[in-house]
Write a protein of this length. Structure first.
Length: 90
């Protein structure tokens, strides 16, 4: 993998991880909970994450929510970057 590709992949992973770490829980539909976070990150990165179904965003709001797949991947990234077996945030 080229250095530029590796850098972009790292930016995407760390952005998803920051979205997760700064998220809050809200009531979703049908008694479910969703994780919502402010979207103050590079639009290109957020758009890529939306294309990969990791987040959902609207142009009308200043926040995004993590999809189930995004939440799962963020927890994996937490373990990867912090080298922990369990996530103390859960």
């Amino acid at each position: 993998m080229e250095e530029k590709d590796l850098l972009e992949k790292s930016v995407e992973e760390l952005t998803l991880l920051l979205l997760y770490l700064t998220s809050w829980e809200e009531e979703g539909s049908e008694d479910s909970k969703i994780l919502r976070s402010w979207k103050g990150y590079r639009f290109e990165v957020l758009n890529t994450m939306e294309e990969e179904s990791l987040i959902s965003q609207s142009k009308k709001t200043k926040s995004v929510y993590l999809t189930d797949e995004g939440h799962k991947k963020a927890k994996e990234l937490f373990r990867k970057y912090f080298d922990l077996e369990t996530n103390p945030l859960e």
